[in-house]
Design a protein around this ligand. Structure first.
Ligand code: RP5
Length: 161
């Protein structure tokens, strides 16, 4: 049973959203991945959202670009926390995606991360932190990740020659 679902609006989102899977793999978080377009597959979206809690999902990571309805509409159909990742669109460089995802009216929250690959990575970390509230194995993996990241920054000083 997957702990996290990664949902994206199109295969064109995959190069960015693949960064999410790399981090989830590193942390030992199990996941499933789906293409569900809010505007091309509205009925699939509704069914997926309504079944998310019963499937045992602890978080949904939703990447979408342009007029990015996917994270908000998923959130409207479930109480599983939704993390929205704005894709770096061609027309407006992701500002359209960001504003579409972050500006949810009060009542249906979407935890919105940064545009593009940074957001895709942070979405994985945030989902892992949600799971770590009740899972010591993931908590340890996150602690190790943080310690390694800190050490890499400390060691990077040696590159200043
Ligand atoms: C959104 O429209 C997708 O999330 C994608 O970011 C964007 C463009 O989709 P394609 O036209 O590349 O399929 O639904």
């Amino acid at each position: 049973m997957a702990q996290v679902a990664i949902v994206m609006g199109s295969t064109s989102d995959w190069p960015a959203m693949q960064k999410t899977t790399v981090l989830l793999d590193e942390l030992g978080v199990t996941y499933e991945k789906h293409i569900i377009s809010a505007h091309r597959m509205p009925q699939h979206l509704q069914v997926f959202g309504q079944q998310a809690q019963d499937k045992g999902l602890k978080a949904i990571i939703a990447g979408a670009g342009g007029a990015a309805h996917l994270p908000g509409m998923l959130a409207a159909n479930t109480l599983v926390p939704v993390i929205g990742v704005p894709m770096q669109s061609h027309a407006l460089n992701g500002i359209d995606s960001l504003l579409s995802i972050v500006q949810m009216p009060a009542g249906i929250p979407v935890a919105t991360v940064a545009i593009g690959e940074a957001g895709a990575k942070n979405a994985a970390l945030l989902a892992a932190q949600i799971i770590a509230l009740q899972d010591n194995t993931i908590l340890e993996a996150l602690t190790t990740f943080r310690a390694r990241q800190t050490q890499q920054s400390v060691d990077s000083e040696d590159d200043l020659i």
